[in-house]
Design a protein around this ligand. Sequence first.
Ligand code: PGA
Length: 249
Amino acid sequence: MRLPIIAGNWKMHKTVRESVDFARQLMIAYAESPDRRVIVAPPFTSIYAVAAVLMGSGIHVAAQNLHDKQAGAFTGEISAAMLVDAGCEYAIVGHSERRALFGERDDVINRKLRAAISFDLRPIFCIGETLDEREAGRTFTVVERQIKEGLNNFTADDIKPIVIAYEPVWAIGTGRTATPEQAQEVHAYIRAVMGKIYGDSLAGLLHVIYGGSVNPGTIGGLMAQPDIDGALVGGASLDVESFVKIIQF
Ligand code: PGA
């Protein structure tokens, strides 16, 4: 049994005050429930304040990115150790916006995943194809490459804390959600690839969540699919009411 995970990726939104207000309202609107795991990923500047508000609430905090080194002369970067210190339990790694806008390649993502797990920061490892890749029939090839290169040299123990987020790039921020069947097809493939590498029993425990224009109207259909274990939500996670509706799918 895989506990559903609903994670909100705030991207570059919300000041500290707005983030804290959101966290307080979320705690009021959502009573902790043992049958799902809720995560919010504020911008770096709000992590400490949000984690302090949410402490003991059963709602978890994620970072949206991290650097792969522990410390050093890396102006503008944040390490896994710093994120844990600030109150994070999770970190989004390899989001398509990081890949496309900031040039993060699979080898960089591999190092970031390694850094995260070394500090007990659970990675939310994002993979997904672009529209061109889907239209060229390359979806499976692309996600398989992203998995194999991202998890290069990872043992079965290493992958246990990892959550995989399948986020087709063409569905992110576009209002164009993959149909539940389209998403399920890729989620099943991801689980099969992980099964081939790490064995079916471990792959059966792995969380594979979906992201890309998820909203209160689409979450139910997605969650009804056997291999969809939750959602990584962008735009619709910025508003407490819509985020809570998604949590309570
Ligand atoms: P979206 O973003 O829900 O706004 O499409 C999802 C994501 O990028 O994680």
